[in-house]
Unconditional design. Structure first.
Length: 273
């Protein structure tokens, strides 16, 4: 993967990470269309650039993240992320196997799209209108919904937003809490991939940080990719929140369905194996 390819993948990550359209699905489609070789560093890179997307949320909501007087906020995040940490640890190998299946991603995109078409009508009587009104039970249940996104193509954002709206959050509160939950969830996944997970390259076992530092090209791709993902994610988050104030999720539902169909076509034509 060269620097231009890394930048394009980072742009895709920044745009899709916080929209309910599946960053994984879009990176699979993008990589296939660009003919990017799915070597170990490429797989690591697609996870590691989440760090830039994480910082985008922290930067936009820094007052909330660094207001230590409201300690309940941190407890709710911990409660919300516990299900993902436990299930992610127990089923990490299975998740990696599913990531190798574009068909799973395509089906998830389609099914998630149909759900988003009807979510506004299904949950149209919200009672939780501010983040402060979110209870610990709400946080935990939303976190449980988030674990569905361990199935590639579901979208962590979509799963947690649907979970929030099922808990009677308004659209904006559901989206913002989804952003907040992303920080510890994605941070755990990123740190695991870089410092704990074992990557096999040419028959040798390496840690993620060793792959990043293996060559100047890898190191530059990692740094530039995170910077690009950060900038693009900031723009995407601002757009998404502004959009939800006036519109619902139907557009994203149709978009997912189209993306799922495109992926199925690519599979049928064997452009993606």
């Amino acid at each position: 993967m060269n620097l231009i390819e890394a930048i394009i993948i980072a742009i895709v990550e920044g745009i899709t990470e916080y929209l309910p359209i599946s960053s994984t699905g879009h990176m699979i489609i993008t990589s296939a269309l660009m003919g990017i070789n799915k070597e170990e560093f490429t797989k690591l890179f697609e996870v590691a650039i989440q760090f830039g997307a994480i910082l985008a949320v922290v930067a936009l909501y820094w007052k909330r993240f660094f207001d230590f007087s409201k300690w309940q906020f941190y407890v709710k995040l911990i409660v919300g992320v516990v299900p993902a940490l436990i299930l992610g640890y127990l089923f990490s190998d299975k998740i990696d196997e599913m990531l190798e299946s574009p068909l799973v991603v395509a089906v998830s995109l389609l099914l998630g799209g149909f759900v988003l078409l009807f979510i506004d009508k299904a949950f149209n009587h919200p009672t939780v209108k501010t983040n402060e009104e979110i209870t610990y039970k709400n946080a935990f249940m939303t976190g449980l919904w988030q674990t569905i996104a361990m199935i590639p193509g579901v979208s962590r954002s979509a799963a947690s937003i649907i979970g929030g709206m099922q808990q009677k959050f308004t659209r904006n509160v559901a989206a913002e809490f989804s952003f907040f939950l992303a920080v510890p969830t994605m941070a755990a996944a990123t740190l695991y991939s870089i410092f704990i997970k074992k990557w096999i390259v040419d028959g040798e076992i390496s840690k993620g940080y060793e792959l990043i530092l293996q060559s100047q090209e890898n190191t530059i791709a990692f740094i530039v990719g995170n910077v690009v993902a950060f900038v693009v994610a900031v723009i995407a988050i601002k757009f998404f929140i502004g959009y939800l104030k006036k519109h619902g999720f139907k557009f994203f539902g149709w978009y997912r369905i189209i993306a799922g169909v495109i992926l199925l076509v690519l599979l049928y034509l064997k452009i993606i194996q």
